[in-house]
Design a binder for this molecule. Structure first.
Ligand SMILES: [Zn+2]
Length: 331
């Protein structure tokens, strides 16, 4: 039997919804990045992290109809044993801080009464440039050269798009270990080596601080996604602490409110968080940190390493992933 048909039937019968009520309490934190009218427009920079505004709107309508949206602050109380969440509780989150978060997603979320969480990358907002994975992706996909020669002499040919993506993945492994100025220098010198132009964007890439403040005014939560988007488990301890502390301080200064929620960037390498970063985030004053590990958040989980759910690019796909998560299946 057709898999899609089986999924649709199970969802349609309400069987999974009923079963999820007996699977114990918890919350599903959904992870988005970018929402655009035309997701193909920025393929060379953002790749697969864009949702079409049409699909995103339909996914949010499903969430309002079949789930209960809660605030991240309620999740903190739930994890501390001080609050019970409604059944089928969901939190909607966004990573990186793209301009469309305010210009597109906010316009869809607000009329539906959905409060979301926006984790912003401070340096990208300050300097209005895309996070480094997008800058490198663009350089590798648009380079006119025939190959890239890595520092150790290994040659990565550019015969096909797949070749270019493989080389980009390799370069990302190097870059994800760097933060701040060394990361910036790595991106610049690699872009030069590849003879690539800066990305030709159709619009301003990141939110302005005014827009971030606008989200907060609309009842959304703003959290940190570091200063420069490194892999926190692979940078040295000083850099990791600086990324946690400086971004918190900077966003608090811009918003005039305290910032207690953090999202781990997950470029290239695994793991993207470790016990050292969990301790540092606690000491620095964060109450929660979300990861890209898949699954539900349950009552006994550590608030500083929370799992999230990938929304997929279809309405039924999101519904299926959520129903599976509430039944205790990792997605
Ligand atoms: Zn990110």
């Amino acid at each position: 039997m057709d898999k899609v048909w089986i999924k649709k039937s199970l969802i349609g019968m309400g069987a999974m919804r009923l079963a999820s009520r007996f699977a114990g309490d918890g919350v599903a934190i959904i992870m988005y990045h970018s929402v655009m009218k035309d997701p193909t427009a920025e393929q060379t920079t953002l790749g697969g992290i864009i949702h079409s505004s049409e699909v995103f709107r339909a996914q949010m309508e499903v969430i309002v109809r079949h789930f209960h949206v809660v605030h991240l602050d309620d999740v903190v109380l739930f994890l501390n044993g001080k609050k019970t969440l409604p059944p089928r509780a969901v939190v909607v989150t966004f990573d990186d801080g793209y301009a469309d978060n305010y210009q597109v997603a906010n316009d869809i979320l607000s009329p539906l009464g959905i409060p979301a969480v926006f984790y912003v990358t401070v340096d990208c907002i300050d300097k209005q440039h895309l996070p480094w994975p997008s800058l490198l992706r663009y350089a590798f996909l648009t380079s006119k050269q025939k190959c890239w020669t890595e520092g150790d002499g290994q040659v990565w040919p550019f015969a096909s798009t797949e070749d270019r993506i493989r080389a980009f993945d390799r370069a990302s492994e190097h870059c994800s270990r760097l933060a701040g100025i060394p990361q910036d220098q790595f991106v610049r010198s690699l872009t030069e080596q590849l003879g690539a132009e800066p990305p030709r964007l159709l619009r301003r890439p990141m939110m302005t601080w005014d827009e971030v403040r606008g989200l907060a005014r609309n009842g959304h939560t703003v959290g940190s996604h570091t200063m420069t988007h490194p892999n926190m488990a692979h940078v040295n301890e000083n850099d990791a602490r600086a990324e946690l502390a400086e971004s918190k301080c900077r966003i608090e200064k811009e918003l005039g409110t305290s910032v207690v929620h953090f999202s781990y960037p997950c470029p290239a390498l695994q793991p993207h968080w470790i016990s050292r970063t969990v301790s540092a985030s606690r000491e620095i004053g964060y109450q929660t940190a979300v990861t890209t590990n898949g699954g539900m958040v349950r009552r006994r989980d550590n608030p500083l390493s929370l799992r999230r759910i990938r929304p997929t690019k279809t309405v039924d796909g999101l519904r299926w992933n959520l129903e599976c998560a509430f039944l205790g299946r990792t997605v």
